[in-house]
Design a protein around this ligand. Structure first.
Ligand SMILES: [Zn+2]
Length: 120
């Protein structure tokens, strides 16, 4: 069993990470909004094709970054929920306890090292 102190420390880390991710996400969403306005003007551009392509590429980069951030956030939320439900540190695949070293290095882990390796 994990100690309460250990879980609380991981919870602090997760909440800090979550705040960072939300910060990053909100700055990207702002950029996206700009890009969307840009997109609506899309057909009017004829002479600036290079610039256009660069902007579109950046927009797509932001989109995939946004996906990544959303994925990480949803994962952290899930783990925080596991903490609430006293299921923190239990592998979601094999139900065994995840090693504390792993949780220290990667507090949002939801599977044990064994299952992670089997997955790859
Ligand atoms: Zn496992």
């Amino acid at each position: 069993m994990l100690s309460k102190d250990f879980i609380n420390a991981r919870k602090d880390e997760l909440e800090k990470k979550k705040a960072e991710l939300e910060d990053q996400l909100s700055s990207i969403v702002k950029l996206d909004r700009k890009s969307t306005e840009y997109d609506s003007n899309f057909p009017d551009f004829g002479d600036k094709e290079d610039e256009n392509a660069a902007e579109v590429a950046e927009y797509q980069n932001n989109l995939s970054l946004e996906e990544d951030l959303k994925f990480s956030l949803s994962r952290i939320n899930k783990v925080l929920q596991n903490i609430e439900n006293n299921r923190y540190g239990v592998c979601e695949k094999c139900n065994s306890e995840i090693k504390t070293e792993r949780l220290e290095a990667f507090p949002q882990a939801t599977v044990c090292m064994q299952c992670k390796q089997n997955d790859i």
